[in-house]
Design a protein around this ligand. Structure first.
Ligand SMILES: Nc1ncnc2c1ncn2[C@@H]1O[C@H](COP(=O)(O)OP(=O)(O)OP(=O)(O)O)[C@@H](O)[C@H]1O
Ligand SMILES: [Mg+2]
Length: 287
């Protein structure tokens, strides 16, 4: 097909030899299949900021650090330079997350870099070499659902260990190839330790996945992976080797009321003593 304008710079630089077809055009990006030498890859062309919904951008961007202080100030001010920097940060967030997650043992498309707002990555295909379907496009047996749900929980846990919460995980952002689920679409991935919404996003990601797989295996609805993972993560005890159980016991121990009353009494007595000391000091001075 005719090379789209946004991909032309990659053709000029020899990163892409030919654009084969448009896979789809979504809210945030248009995705193409491209050929480089004799391999077929996927090119995700981000829409420009003004053509894209930024309604939740603030929620996702909280805690996203900028190493360069001029850049951080520009982003905060929302100047023209700032907007284009924010745009870069948004696009780089996806390629950064892909590199990190591949190392962390999460199945994602292998990234080949992001150039001029175009992310080049591995094209995920099925056993026939056709572009993989999304979870939403397929159905499966109960056994398969339980197995894939387990795999997905391990992926979410490894992401969290790498400090990342996907933030938009759903049956539309998971592809399936012959080895199992592959996670895609990460421009909104959040920094788990710096973002106050991270826990809520993790809970939602897990809930979306559990709800999806429970169509085939309803017993999955009894699992509590998000709470289990987050509790361990907060205590600094979550590692990629952690064996999750899917069970979680809420801390229901009644507060130790007697102990609390003792503490209050002690604090009260201490305060009384302090006031008495001050009164003594005052009367000393007036003598
Ligand atoms: N690496 C890939 N291999 C195969 N297909 C892909 C790949 N990346 C994306 N796709 C296809 O392109 C679609 C859109 O990709 P993606 O979800 O990353 O973009 P998006 O613009 O955020 O989409 P949406 O707004 O629909 O969520 C996916 O649903 C998938 O069908
Ligand atoms: Mg998507």
């Amino acid at each position: 097909m005719k090379v789209p304008k946004r991909i032309q710079p990659l053709v000029d630089d020899g990163l892409v030899d030919e654009v084969l077809s448009q896979l789809m055009s979504g809210k945030e990006a248009t995705v193409y299949t491209v050929r480089t030498g004799d391999t077929i890859r996927c090119a995700k062309v981000y829409k420009e900021a003004n053509k894209r919904s930024f309604k939740k951008a603030a929620q996702y961007q909280e805690g996203r650090k900028s190493r360069n202080s001029r850049r951080a100030r520009a982003m905060e001010k929302g100047s023209k330079f700032g907007r284009s920097q924010q745009e870069d940060a948004w696009q780089n967030a996806e390629v950064d997350a892909l590199y990190k997650l591949a190392v962390a043992g999460v199945r994602v498309p292998e990234p080949f870099g992001c150039f001029d707002g175009v992310l080049l990555m591995e094209l995920i295909t099925d056993e026939n070499g056709d572009v993989s379907p999304r979870l939403n496009d397929i159905s499966m047996s109960a056994e398969q659902a339980i197995e894939d749900h387990d795999v997905m929980m391990v992926y979410i846990m490894r992401m969290l260990c790498a400090g990342i919460v996907h933030g938009d995980l759903s049956e539309f952002n998971v592809l399936v190839d012959e080895y199992g689920p592959v996670i895609i679409d990460l421009p909104q991935a959040v920094d788990a330790s710096a973002n106050n919404n991270a826990k809520a996003m993790l809970v939602r990601d897990v809930m979306n996945m559990t709800t999806y797989y429970s169509q085939y295996a309803p017993e999955l609805l009894n699992t509590r992976y998000a709470d289990e993972m987050w509790a361990l993560y907060e205590k600094g005890e979550l590692t990629p080797e952690t064996q999750l159980t899917g069970k979680f016991k809420e801390n229901t121990n009644a507060a130790d009321v007697d102990n609390v009353i003792e503490e209050i009494k002690a604090a009260f007595e201490e305060e009384q003593a302090r006031i008495e000391r001050m009164q003594w000091a005052d009367s000393d001075q007036s003598e």
